[in-house]
Design a protein around this ligand. Structure first.
Ligand code: 5AD
Ligand code: SF4
Length: 450
């Protein structure tokens, strides 16, 4: 690289970030670190950013100390999630004193919610970008780092670390306005992506080696683009040659209709696993949450799913300590957890979020009581999960080998359980038969058959 080139770069970009610019233009070496908080939609956006950086020859590092660019992709669904963002930024603030050239980017839901206030509070932050358009966000990050990339050439949603399983976002935003939820305020109104674009993305990732696709959105079951609804989209994705499995998440019980149940039951590529957030089993609380279903409706839906797809695994989300949740309301939820026997669940302590309707309600369940209810649900759920897993010991099942670690392989059953196996690289990306030898709450251990 010539001296005149260096001088022209300095003239163009100014002297402020000279050693950063040298790294990019002179040594062709830029280290980046992306930290992702929150849901799969964020993971998917980060994957795309990851692909953009690696297409420019930048090098992924594991430690903040080695990073020239640090991108924090944030979540604001609960207060605790936002606090994680602030504690990361606090650490970065100290590190930037030692490495003034490090670029710091905040993206995702906290960035959308607080915008410029983040820059005011944390002087180390160079760029804050919201959630409106991921391609536009990636372009801005590339500009900040003086990198050039044609986003058309980036294979969407393919990260170097997840070639066998690829996440494809099919919609953004949400119109449901559950009274506790900040998502409609930070992700905007629901918008389903163009059907042809989704199918092209899916075909591209399969060409690139993916064998399983996970379709993502805040409420995939309400996908609608022109005449295509979610059931039709699933059937179309299933036609892609060499694709072995499809999963999807997340769903709202009010939108999971008979057509969709029928596709799960009959389409061999659609995996028998549904994440169906229940939130509460008290009708009074469900109404106050604006969930638009009763517990009886939810239970009937579970029964319908189990009749249509006998090997289905159902997982859920639960909130404890919502405003006005009495002991009696909580007991309803606990009894439902015992009766339904979810394969797994996420339980959250209610956290008041600005702008939401519940924010106006009195947060009258004490922190101690929320903790107590949280622990009870978690204990019960772990017990049930372990019992279900234990019943699988001795059985044969089909798994897709998703990852190879140093001395073992990570695979997944059709209904979503992780199975760890002895390493044999030949099996990477293949569907194989295994026998389950041992079970723990969240994972199984098996041997390959034949
Ligand atoms: N407090 C606690 N949990 C929440 N969730 C969403 N908003 C809140 C909140 N304010 C939970 C719901 C949702 C999951 C993604 O996060 O259970 O399904
Ligand atoms: Fe939030 Fe309800 Fe939309 Fe889910 S369906 S993202 S909980 S508003």
């Amino acid at each position: 690289m010539s001296l005149s080139f260096n001088v022209s770069v300095e003239l163009k970009y100014g002297l402020k970030s000279l050693s950063f610019i040298k790294k990019v233009f002179w040594y062709n070496l830029l280290n980046y670190l992306i930290k992702t908080l929150g849901c799969q939609v964020n993971v998917c956006d980060s994957d795309k950013l990851d692909s953009a950086f690696s297409a420019c020859g930048a090098c992924k590092v594991d430690s903040l100390l080695d990073a020239d660019v640090f991108v924090l992709n944030t979540c604001s669904v609960r207060m605790q999630s936002e606090q994680k963002t602030f504690s990361y930024l606090g650490r970065v603030e100290e590190l930037k004193q030692q490495n003034l050239d490090m670029k710091v980017v905040v993206m995702g839901c906290v960035a959308e919610r607080l915008g410029y206030d983040i820059k005011k509070r944390f002087k180390s932050v160079d760029l804050v970008i919201g959630t409106k358009d991921v391609d536009d966000s990636i372009s801005k990050i590339m500009d900040l780092c003086y990198l050039k990339v044609s986003l058309k050439k980036i294979i969407p949603n393919v990260s170097p670390r997840s070639q066998i399983v690829s996440h494809i976002t099919i919609m953004k935003g949400c119109n449901n306005y559950c009274s506790y939820c900040i998502v409609p305020f930070v992700r905007g109104v629901e918008k389903s992506f163009d059907y042809n674009t989704v199918i092209n993305e899916c075909s591209l990732v399969v060409k690139n080696g993916a064998r399983e696709i996970i379709l993502l959105g805040q409420n995939v079951s309400s996908y609608k683009h022109r005449n295509v609804d979610f059931s039709l989209l699933l059937k179309s994705v299933a036609l892609i040659k060499n694709l072995k499995r499809i999963r999807f998440t997340t769903n709202h019980p009010k939108d999971l209709n008979d057509d969709l149940i029928n596709v799960i039951a009959t389409n061999p590529k659609t995996c028998p696993h549904v994440h169906l957030p229940m939130q509460s089993a008290s009708n009074k609380i469900l109404q106050s949450m604006n969930r638009r279903y009763t517990y009886e409706y939810y239970l009937a839906l579970i029964e319908k799913l189990r009749v249509a797809v006998p090997d289905i695994e159902i997982t859920t989300d639960i909130i404890v300590g919502f405003p006005g949740e009495t002991d009696e309301d909580f007991e309803c939820t606990l009894s439902a957890v015992k009766a339904i026997r979810f394969s797994g669940l996420y339980v959250f302590k209610y956290s008041p979020r600005p702008n939401t309707r519940a924010f106006e309600m009195s947060d009258n369940v004490s922190t101690i009581e929320k903790k107590r209810r949280h622990a009870i649900i978690l204990k019960e759920s772990n017990k049930i999960s372990a019992e279900i897993a234990l019943k699988m010991v001795g059985s044969n099942c089909q798994v897709l080998v998703e990852k190879i670690w140093n001395n073992f392989m990570e695979a997944r059953t059709r209904n979503g359980r992780k199975v760890f196996l002895k390493i044999n690289k030949e099996y990477f990306g293949k569907i194989i038969n295994v026998v389950i030898k041992e079970a723990k709450v969240n994972s199984l251990f098996g041997d390959v058959i034949g």
